[in-house]
Design a protein around this ligand. Structure first.
Ligand code: FPP
Length: 261
């Protein structure tokens, strides 16, 4: 939990401050996860190239990170670049996203320091280009001592790869400990998930979602399920397909999500 001293509500823009004032601080989520979606459509609505939509998405990340820090949110996870994106998108788009990620990190570490934000990653990040991994490590190390919001970027992730990686890790551990399968508990699996070091998300937002069209993992359960508007998850996590107007930033979407909770 954050102490009141770490809140910087007076720094919120007027629109976000107005939303914040309608919230009950004791009911605020501790962990908000956002699936970044709709960059291509944002660009399409303006007859712009998809690349510009991704650039706008990266700007929204800066805003949502800053808002999270101002309202004292301990955990913010952004599902930014999936394994499916990596495998199926045209190479030119993937290369552009990798350059964008690198330049986002280069130009935002100072902002993270100013906002006391700690940078972390989940997913198969070891499969990303070496120079991107190097920049990721640099940003993680530079911000490691910060004690405010932990911003986790999910990169090259998927629900199924997370399960495969968890089972591989657990299998290795079981072999070392000479354990047999019947002793596996839910907690054993949880310890090997990408998110093991964090509390489960209380709120999952998918920006610009086409509701119900894709599977998402949510809450404590790694079991994929379909998201639906305002649906209550298998655990206490709320899952919201937030369909803002194309001009709504992710930051406003996150604030609106908090207001719904
Ligand atoms: C979804 O939009 C977004 C992505 C595939 C990539 C988002 C990643 C970045 C902006 C890279 C940089 C990351 C950070 C955290 C700075 P979409 O293309 O699927 O949109 P659509 O559904 O409208 O086609």
């Amino acid at each position: 939990m954050f102490s009141a001293a770490t809140l910087r509500i007076d720094e919120l823009p007027a629109e976000e401050r107005a939303v914040y004032e309608t919230l009950k601080p004791e009911r605020l989520p501790q962990h908000v996860a956002i699936i970044m979606d709709g960059n291509g459509r944002w660009a399409g609505h303006r007859s712009l190239k998809r690349f510009l939509g991704h650039q706008q998405g990266a700007k929204s990340v800066q805003l949502v990170m800053e808002t999270a820090s101002r309202i004292g949110l301990p955990w913010l996870t952004l599902y930014a670049f999936s394994l499916e994106n990596n495998l199926r998108r045209p190479r030119a788009e993937v290369n552009f996203l990798m350059r964008l990620l690198k330049s986002y990190l280069e130009s935002n570490v100072q902002r993270m320091m100013d906002n006391n934000v700690r940078m972390k990653y989940i997913g198969r990040t070891h499969e990303l280009p070496a120079e991107v991994q190097e920049k990721m490590r640099w940003a993680e190390e530079a911000t490691a001592g910060n004690t405010g919001t932990t911003l986790t970027l999910a990169l090259n992730y998927s629900g199924r790869s997370e399960l495969v990686d968890a089972f591989r890790g657990l299998f290795t551990e079981m072999k070392q400990k000479h354990q047999s399968a019947e002793h596996i508990t839910e907690e054993d699996i949880r310890r090997h998930l990408y998110t093991a070091h964090m509390p489960d998300p209380d709120l999952l937002i998918r920006t610009q979602a086409r509701c119900g069209c894709r599977v998402v993992c949510c809450g404590r359960s790694p079991i994929p399920r379909y998201s639906s508007p305002n649906a209550t998850g298998p655990t206490s996590a709320a899952s919201i397909c937030w369909k803002p107007s194309p001009d709504t930033s992710s930051a406003s979407a996150a604030m609106a999500g908090l207001a719904i909770v």
